[in-house]
Design a protein around this ligand. Structure first.
Ligand code: ZN
Length: 239
């Protein structure tokens, strides 16, 4: 006799934060939680990202849903929702006190606490460099960022590669150039010749990009310091 399929018809609705598209999903199952735990213990941002992507594509039931079209923050937000439906909305996290570093158990309602920071506050993607030159920036490529994080590259080289992947077009008074069409040497020289102020404008834009966040506040059981902090990105929620 075949065992019954439990939980096969539990479904929920939500919307994709960036597009407001309605989707239907089922909760995360024990097998998926196992995959996720292994991924968080791997210490590899790439493994964690791939696991989150795989689980979301398995749990979203909407026809023609394509996980590859989601932004990184959409993906992480949907993941948190479908996971909290399964493991329970309230969960204990161990968070270090900013004053004495004692690890405190903090109970968090993920479904209620997780939100998209900067969702409608993204800065203008056109950056004025002065002297008639400006650039437009495109979104951050999560997959490329993960490759960089796992590479042995120095921080300076990583910054170069992030900026290189984000510049979309370069405008002068006479022409518009697609940055990626230029040679590596040309691009390198262009980025290398930026002033600190121009670089800061790009960094400010990067900081303004939407991301999944949670506001955490607790009083440390050891030193009584009132900790208040914003966790950003799911890797900071689960490690
Ligand atoms: Zn403390």
């Amino acid at each position: 006799m075949a065992l019954p399929k439990i939980n096969s018809n539990l479904t929920y609705d939500t919307t994709v934060p960036s597009t407001k598209e309605k989707i239907k999903y089922r909760p995360f199952l024990v097998g998926e939680e196992k995959l996720f735990l292994i991924a968080t213990q791997s210490d590899s941002p790439r493994v964690l990202y791939d696991t989150v992507k795989r689980v979301v594509s398995q749990c979203v039931l909407t026809e023609n849903f394509d996980v590859d079209t989601l932004t990184e923050f959409d993906l992480e937000y949907i993941f948190i929702l479908l996971r909290s439906k399964s493991v329970g909305e309230k969960e204990d996290l161990l968070i270090s006190c900013e004053s004495c570093e004692e690890r405190n158990t903090v109970t968090i309602d993920f479904e209620k606490s997780a939100y998209i920071k900067n969702l409608n506050q993204q800065l203008d993607n056109r950056i004025d460099f002065g002297r008639g030159i400006s650039v437009t920036l495109k979104g951050f490529d999560a997959s490329k960022a993960l490759d960089l994080a796992e590479s042995e590259m120095s921080e300076v080289d990583q910054v170069f590669h992030v900026i290189d992947s984000m510049i979309d077009k370069v405008y002068t008074e006479e022409e518009v150039m697609v940055f990626a069409d230029e040679s590596y040497d040309e691009r390198y020289a262009f980025i290398d010749s930026m002033t600190a102020v121009q670089l800061q404008k790009i960094q400010k834009y990067i900081q303004s990009l939407p991301k999944v966040a949670m506001d955490i506040s607790f009083v440390c059981g050891n030193c009584r310091t009132h900790n208040k902090r914003v966790l950003e990105g799911i890797s900071s929620f689960f490690t």
